[in-house]
Design a protein around this ligand. Structure first.
Ligand code: GUN
Length: 309
């Protein structure tokens, strides 16, 4: 039998989280449990939602989806389930692929005007003939629970109160929960998407990390990732980050959700190998994904409270 010694870290809420140190094999990373943190977050939001209901206010999220992208269908279903659990009303607008830009913008304007709707989310991707930038711009910044409106992105860059995009926000909550301090750390993000990489860069900078954003044209990627105290992968390529790219003791966050031919979900990180080297790591599934939806719910409640002040 292997000799296993229990180590633990103390989380913000005083809870102890154990990790196993297995002699001879070496240290193993703490697995950041996004699933249970998301559950706890949703439970707290349910209480907030009940308080609003006592005042006669029922939060409502309107979700627009264009076409029938299979991955989007799954994301949208999960958002609807979270709304049901918390007590947020959920309204879905499934639009045909053939919809015109004007029809899409008219719907957004109608939802902006509707006082019973507190949050609006346009699920991406949308078909290429539509202009998603214009669509995000037209969502009222007060109902922009995804934080994709340029006004809210600008506020985030300026470190002002705003709706923080849900995936970066979820990652920040995980750092907070596990007492991972960003101040002065070399933090490398792989991926520069508008949805994850760019807002995440702003969040990390606002928390005093020294941030490097890498992308498909970055030269000497491995040199940069090997220097990262905190490495965040948001590329969309299964097991792209291998152990040789990771510094000993680094914190590794995996934003990827890739479905292989066998339908199995994998992240952007080679979890089994990298966990032997990292100090903390997020799994896929059960890491960043559930936190994204929990933070969307957080933003819907925040929008509702702001609109009823
Ligand atoms: N597509 C993939 N992730 C997201 C997200 O967080 N929000 C929206 N609107 N679309 C997405």
């Amino acid at each position: 039998m292997k000799k296993v010694k229990k180590y633990y870290i103390i989380c913000k809420n005083g809870e102890r989280r154990y990790r196993d140190k297995i002699y001879k094999i070496g240290k193993m990373a703490v697995i950041i449990d996004g699933k249970s943190l998301a559950k706890k977050t949703r439970e707290n939001l349910k209480i907030e939602c009940e308080k609003l209901k006592d005042k006669g206010i029922i939060p409502k999220l309107a979700v627009i989806m264009v076409g029938d992208d299979p991955a989007s269908k799954v994301y949208v279903r999960n958002k609807s389930k979270a709304c049901d659990e918390i007590g947020v009303k959920y309204e879905e607008y499934i639009l045909k692929d053939s919809i015109t830009q004007k029809e899409l913008i008219d719907l957004i304007h109608k939802l902006n005007e509707d006082k019973t709707v507190n949050g609006i989310l346009l699920q991406s991707p949308i078909p290429n003939h539509l202009d998603i930038d214009e669509a995000f711009r037209e969502i009222s910044s007060e109902k922009d629970v995804d934080g994709f409106n340029p006004v809210n992105i600008g506020k985030l860059l300026l470190n002002q109160d705003t709706f923080v995009s849900c995936t970066p926000y979820g990652i920040m909550k995980m750092f907070e929960e596990y007492n991972i301090d960003l101040e002065g750390k070399n933090l490398v993000i792989i991926g520069r998407s508008n949805i994850v990489g760019k807002p995440l860069m702003a969040c990390c900078l606002n928390n005093h990390a020294t941030v490097t954003v890498c992308h498909s044209r970055t030269k000497g990627l491995k040199e940069k990732t090997k220097n990262a105290d905190i490495l965040i992968a948001a590329i969309g390529k299964s097991k792209f980050v291998t152990a040789d790219m990771v510094k000993e003791g680094a914190v590794v966050i995996d934003v990827g959700i890739n479905r292989g031919e066998d339908k199995k979900l994998t992240g952007d990180v080679d979890f089994e190998e990298v966990k032997k080297k990292a100090s903390y790591i997020t799994p896929v599934p059960g890491g960043v994904g559930p936190m994204t939806i929990a933070m969307l719910m957080n933003n819907v409640i925040k929008a509702t409270i702001n609109q009823n002040k």
